[in-house]
Every structure is written in structure tokens, then in C-alpha cells.
Design a binder for this molecule. Structure first.
Ligand SMILES: Cc1cc2nc3c(=O)[nH]c(=O)nc-3n(C[C@H](O)[C@H](O)[C@H](O)COP(=O)(O)OP(=O)(O)OC[C@H]3O[C@@H](n4cnc5c(N)ncnc54)[C@H](O)[C@@H]3O)c2cc1C
Length: 366
């Protein structure tokens, strides 16, 4: 059996951030992922400048590995309503393709990686974790996303949790389709359900389009997505007559997640811990923050893994990501009534929807 200082389940942003920090701290780490990389992940691929900064990503360096499209502007509507343009005139976010981004980060971590290998067995023996009967380590990090086996080991029951259900497609337009596409490069289209509980997005990444819808109301997902996609076709954004097979996935918003984020010798990070921001569903940054904090906690315990302080890790998460909210995301009846009017105001959309909800600018809007 091969021995490591830590074994990480999952090579997404949480796993690779954790692996990179542990490697820099001098630890021998194994990342096990069931997918073969480059692997895709249902995701719009929107990252905020804070994510770029935390990762120390240099756009020129990243350009050698993948596409990173600056986002400067938004078209925002209530579903079926007229979109309001909001142009910041300079990049306020970026769009990446997850198949490229995750592969780059995992490789950059420098960790030993076992891809194409599903974790099917987790055992704890004499203070050590035995994974798939093949590898052992005193510390385990569960970074395997919403259905992470380490989270299940700690008691998570994904089918009983109030998760966001989302469907998306990412496809490459032909040259002709791209030339005709009414969504210019650098623009993102967002369209909200009337109860403000879910929204659709369309993100352009050169010739690639990513389109999808996410909501807490699972039974509404299909009709909302169809209505949004029909509108995009009418507006000349989605190519007519083009099949865009959708992929589904789920994730927890932080205020609704009730999973324990640690156990004896084990920490959960990213979607496995249910950390996505309530207001937007942004989960890549919380995955990177939590992966890094998990590594800091492991390094702090050093060669005495029994000293791994899960409670201190949970407290550090609260400090970095902010306290959990109350869990209510939808509109009050007053907001429901006011929404059609509010969504006609470019000022409201810029400040309240893009500024506060998506860019997390809670002070004065720049
Ligand atoms: C449709 C959709 C759109 C989204 N859009 C955005 C967005 O635009 N911006 C944003 O910030 N967030 C977005 N999110 C959220 C974001 O995708 C996640 O929060 C983020 O990917 C979490 O990263 P992670 O590393 O925790 O998990 P993941 O990225 O899910 O990685 C988990 C890894 O674990 C592996 N794994 C799982 N089970 C096992 C197993 N048993 N054995 C071995 N390996 C396993 C998987 O193969 C995977 O590679 C979106 C989510 C969805 C569903």
C-alpha cells in the first residue's frame, strides 16, 4: 500500500488549491479523481477578479493553456422581459472553460494524481485512512463535489438536501453562427425567474457559448430553461435549429448547507462542504478558498495529524467566506410586485443585481 501525508478526493478547484498549498508546504499528496482530465464540469465558467488574484493567474500565462475571456458588460432581464444593458467599460469578471481551467490548476499543483479512478471505499484503521484498499494517509480531504464520498462518510445525504438544480450546455458555434450571434464577446446575458429564486445565463467565450438555468425549485427547472432558451433563439443569441444537449448537476448554497465540514482526520472543501455563495451560486472561489484553508489546517498540525483542528478550519471558513445567511433567497411579495419595474432601471440592475449579487460589491458601486 502506498503512503502519503494526505489523500484528496477530487481534482476540481477545491482539490487542486488544497494540493498546491500542501505541496508548497512540503507534503506528499495524492489526488484521486474518477474523471480523466481534461474533464468538463457543468458550470458557466464565470470567475471574479478575486479568484484570478487568489490563484495568482496571469492572463498571458494562462492563455497558453486555455481561453480566458474578459467580461465587461451584461444584458439583464426578468424572464420574458426586455433586457437592460449594463456596460462597465472594463473587465469586471472573466469566463473560462472548466475543461481547460481545472486541468491547468491540477497540473500546476504538482501533486501526484490518479485520474480515471473512482473512490469506492473509505476505511479508517488505527488513525489512518485507507482509500480503495490501495493508498493510505493520516489525513483525508473530501473535495469530490456535491456527491463526494467523504461527505457521505460524514453523514451527508445529497438526495435529501435543498440543492440548486441546474442544467447547462457548452458548445462551439460554427464560424457562421459565431458571426451571427447577437451576444458580443465580453457580454453575459442573465435572465431571472419572477420569484428571483433562479436565473438563466448565457456566456460567450469566443466561439463557445455556455447556456443554462439554475433554481432551487426543481420542478420548475425544465420549463424555465426552455422558456429562456426560446427567448435566446428569438433574440439571435442561440443559433436556430441547433441541438444543445443539456447536462444537469446540483450544488448547495452556503446558507442552506447543513453538512459537517470536518470529522476526525478529515476536512471537506468546496461543493463537498456546500459553500457556494447564496446570491449568485458562485462556487469556484469558495472552493479555492476552502481548499487553501484546509491545507493550512493540515500544515498547522504538521507531523502530528492527531492535532488536526477541524473546528479551527470551520471557524476560518466563516471568517473568510462570511457568516451563513438565513437561507431565504427568493423575493418577498413586495419584491415580486416591484420586480418588473425595478428590472427596467439600469441603475437598479447595475447596483443591486450585478454589483451586489454577482460582484459582491456591497459598498458604493464603482
Ligand atoms: C450548471 C452550473 C453552473 C455553475 N456556474 C458557476 C460559475 O459560473 N461560476 C462559479 O464560480 N461557480 C459556478 N458553479 C458552481 C461551481 O461549478 C462549483 O461550486 C465548483 O465546481 C466546486 O468545485 P469543487 O472542486 O468543490 O468540485 P468539482 O469541481 O465538482 O470537482 C469535484 C471532482 O471530484 C471528482 N469526484 C467526484 N466523486 C468522486 C469519487 N467518488 N471518486 C473520485 N473522484 C470523484 C469529480 O470527478 C470532480 O473532478 C456552477 C455550478 C453548476 C452546477
Amino acid at each position: 500500500m502506498s503512503a502519503y501525508d494526505a489523500i484528496l478526493i477530487g481534482g476540481g478547484p477545491a482539490g487542486s488549491a488544497c494540493a498546491a498549498r500542501l505541496k508548497r508546504g512540503g507534503m506528499e499528496v495524492l489526488v484521486v479523481d474518477r474523471a480523466h482530465f481534461p474533464r468538463d464540469k457543468p458550470c458557466a465558467g464565470w470567475i471574479t477578479p478575486e479568484t484570478v488574484a487568489r490563484l495568482g493567474l496571469k492572463p498571458e500565462e494562462y492563455a497558453r493553456h486555455g481561453r480566458m475571456t474578459p467580461i465587461t458588460s451584461f444584458l439583464v432581464s426578468l424572464l420574458g422581459g426586455r433586457p437592460v444593458p449594463v456596460d462597465f467599460g472594463a473587465p469586471v469578471s472573466y469566463a473560462i472553460r472548466r475543461c481547460e481551467f481545472d486541468t491547468f490548476l491540477l497540473k500546476r499543483s504538482g501533486a501526484a494524481v490518479r485520474t480515471g479512478t473512482e473512490v469506492t471505499s473509505i476505511e479508517r484503521r488505527d488513525g489512518r485512512w485507507i482509500i480503495n484498499g490501495a493508498w493510505e494517509a493520516p489525513v483525508l480531504v473530501g473535495a469530490g463535489g456535491h456527491f463526494c464520498p467523504a461527505a457521505r462518510h460524514l453523514g451527508a445525504k445529497p438526495s435529501d438536501e435543498p440543492a440548486v438544480a441546474a442544467q447547462e450546455a457548452e458548445f462551439e458555434m460554427t464560424e457562421e453562427e459565431a458571426a451571427r450571434c447577437a451576444l458580443p464577446e465580453g457580454w453575459v446575458d442573465l435572465s431571472f425567474a419572477r420569484d428571483l429564486d433562479g436565473y438563466g445565463w448565457c456566456v460567450r467565450k469566443g466561439r463557445w457559448l455556455n447556456v443554462g438555468f439554475g433554481t432551487l425549485r426543481h420542478h420548475s427547472l425544465k420549463p424555465l430553461l426552455e422558456r429562456y432558451a426560446d427567448g435566446l433563439r428569438r433574440r439571435g443569441i442561440l443559433p436556430q435549429g441547433r441541438e444543445t444537449p443539456m447536462r444537469g448537476h446540483a450544488y448547495l448554497l452556503r446558507s442552506l448547507a447543513r453538512r459537517p465540514v470536518f470529522g476526525e482526520g478529515v476536512l471537506l472543501a468546496g461543493d463537498a462542504a456546500g459553500l457556494a455563495y447564496d446570491s449568485s451560486g458562485e462556487g469556484i472561489l469558495p472552493a479555492i478558498v476552502s481548499g487553501t484553508l484546509a491545507a493550512e489546517a493540515i500544515l498547522a498540525a504538521g507531523l502530528r495529524p492527531e492535532r488536526l483542528d477541524g473546528a479551527a478550519y470551520a471557524a476560518a471558513l466563516e471568517k473568510e467566506l462570511g457568516p451563513r445567511g438565513t437561507g431565504r433567497r427568493g423575493a418577498s411579495w413586495l419584491e415580486w410586485l416591484a420586480a418588473p419595474l425595478a428590472f427596467r432601471s439600469a441603475d437598479f440592475v447595475r447596483r443591486e443585481i450585478i454589483g451586489k449579487r454577482f460582484l459582491r460589491r456591497n459598498g458604493a458601486e464603482s
